[in-house]
Design a protein around this ligand. Sequence first.
Ligand code: AMP
Length: 285
Amino acid sequence: MKVQTISAIDALRQTLDQHRAAGRSIGFVPTMGFLHAGHGSLMDAAAASNDITVASIFVNPLQFGANEDLSSYPRDLENDTALAEACDVDLLFVPTVEEMYPFGPVLTSVSVDALAHRWEGSTRPTHFAGMATVVTKLLSIIGPCAAYFGEKDYQQLAIIRRFVADLSLPVDVVGCPIIRADDGLALSSRNTYLEPDQRVAAAVVNRSLRSAASLIEGGETDPEVVMAHIATIIDEEPLAELDYAAAVDPDTLEVPEQIGDHCRLLIAAKVGKPRLIDNLGVTRV
Ligand code: AMP
């Protein structure tokens, strides 16, 4: 069926209320557009488990810092619409900035302090409050639903799970696995910024995590040793520059004294213009 594009909040609410009144379940996939197979996997998962699938495309100014790529963030609504249709999305919500923020800068903000100050938060101090505010707003517009998010943005997913629980939002948060290119690079809209040589070099980001995972599986329990191991591998690639790497508790995102049976490896590194993030779960059996 052809995807229906809606840009007004009221019209979307009315349509979804009618579906819910008819007993249909709603699956929701929020995105910033320039869709790729990673987004496609979320839309497929939503369509497989719900009667109606809604995806949103909104490049949210609140979550970009002053020196970030808001104005140059890649956009391609025609291609996005085709991909959404191929993934059986029923409704595509594409609001303008004015529709979302009619009063200009918001006075109300959602922050999840303890989870947001480290890792991505230390380089991008306003990012997570901007993200949490817009996701809360989108979930309020959509209403009761199952909402699908990628593990690609692992810290973001942890923050969303927490504010949905803290604020008792009527939403079932579903985390979905990372979709990668053949060389391991996690798909991202920002990969389009990579020059050909940088694109080849970018594979080091995931390679360093896989190597660190083997180290842990082989018995290493010291998070500092694991971090240094990742840093050495990134250092060997002249086009890559490490921002942070860490082995953290999968729930609190804090570095444990010793790595236990489960941990999450987190990394951010610059390769040319884009700053790439990735993560990997490690379970010791
Ligand atoms: P974005 O458009 O980058 O804001 O991403 C929208 C959603 O797609 C978020 O929940 C992301 O975590 C998810 N996503 C982005 N890239 C991937 C990927 N490679 N694999 C799985 N999910 C992804």
